[in-house]
Design a protein around this ligand. Structure first.
Ligand SMILES: *Cc1c(COP(=O)(O)O)cnc(C)c1O
Length: 215
C-alpha cells in the first residue's frame, strides 16, 4: 500500500481509539530534503497539504508539484516575509509581533489574507516559539493585523524518548490553543503524532514517516 494511505489508515485507527471521528486530522507532508518523485507519489495517493522550512528550496520544488496547499513551517524571518507571503498559502510559524507585522504587510500588498498559526514554545529543546503565557497577548496582536487570519496554534514537541513528557507538552499546547481560539492545532511529527492525536491535534506534520529518510 502507498505510504500516504497507510499513514492515514493508522491515524484513523488512533482517532477511533480516542473516540474522535476518522478523518478529523489533516496530514501535512513535510517535504524538506525529499526528492520530488516521493512527494508526487503521495499527492497522487491523496495528500493535499505540503510543508516546507526554507523558501528557496520550496519554490524550486513547488514548481514541479501538482496543486497542493503550501504550508510554511520554518522560522519566520522578517526579511523573508515578502517571499513567504508570495510562495505559501498558510504560515504556521508566527511566533512574535514583528514577524506577524511584516508578514501581514507583505500579504496585504499582494491583496492576500494569509491563514496563520501562532507557534508556541512547549519544549526546552526548541529555540523558537512564543512562551505559552504570552500567547493570548500575541494572538490579540495578530488578530488586529491586516493581511493575516489567525486560525490556531502550532508547536514542536520535546526531543525526548519520555512519552509522558511529550504528552504533558502537547497537553499544554492544547490548553493554550483553547485560549487562543481557531480551528487548527498543529502538533505531532513522525515520532510523536500518536501522543499529539491523543492530546487533540487536528493537524500532524509528517516527514520521514511518510517519505522516508532525508538526504
Ligand atoms: C522537519 C519538520 C517536521 C517533520 O519532521 P519528521 O520528524 O520528519 O516527521 C515537522 N515540523 C517541523 C516544524 C519540521 O521542521
Amino acid at each position: 500500500m502507498n505510504a500516504y494511505r497507510a499513514l492515514v489508515a493508522e491515524v484513523d485507527d488512533e482517532l477511533e481509539r480516542c473516540g474522535r471521528p476518522r478523518g478529523s486530522v489533516t496530514v501535512v507532508g513535510v517535504s524538506k530534503r525529499q526528492p520530488v518523485e516521493r512527494i508526487v507519489a503521495a499527492i497522487d495517493a491523496g495528500l493535499e497539504d505540503v510543508g516546507e522550512n526554507y523558501v528557496q528550496e520550496a519554490k524550486a520544488k513547488f514548481a514541479r508539484l501538482p496543486p497542493v496547499r503550501k504550508h510554511f513551517i520554518g522560522h519566520l524571518q522578517t526579511n523573508k516575509a515578502k517571499a513567504i507571503a508570495a510562495t505559501f498559502d498558510v504560515v504556521q510559524s508566527v511566533d512574535r509581533i514583528d514577524a506577524g507585522d511584516a508578514l501581514g504587510k507583505a500579504a496585504s500588498a499582494l491583496g492576500k489574507e494569509i491563514p496563520v498559526l501562532l507557534q508556541l514554545n512547549i519544549s526546552p529543546s526548541e529555540r523558537f516559539g512564543c512562551p505559552p503565557e504570552r500567547a493570548p497577548e500575541l494572538a490579540e496582536a495578530l488578530r488586529a493585523q491586516r493581511g493575516l487570519r489567525l486560525d490556531g496554534v502550532m508547536a514542536i514537541g520535546p526531543m525526548t524518548p519520555d512519552e509522558a513528557e511529550i504528552s504533558r507538552a502537547f497537553e499544554l499546547a492544547a490548553k493554550t490553543f483553547a485560549l487562543v481560539g481557531g480551528s487548527t492545532l498543529s502538533i505531532g511529527m513522525s515520532g510523536d503524532w500518536r501522543q499529539a492525536v491523543r492530546a487533540g491535534s487536528t493537524m500532524i506534520r509528517i516527514g520521514t514517516a511518510l517519505f522516508g529518510g532525508r538526504s
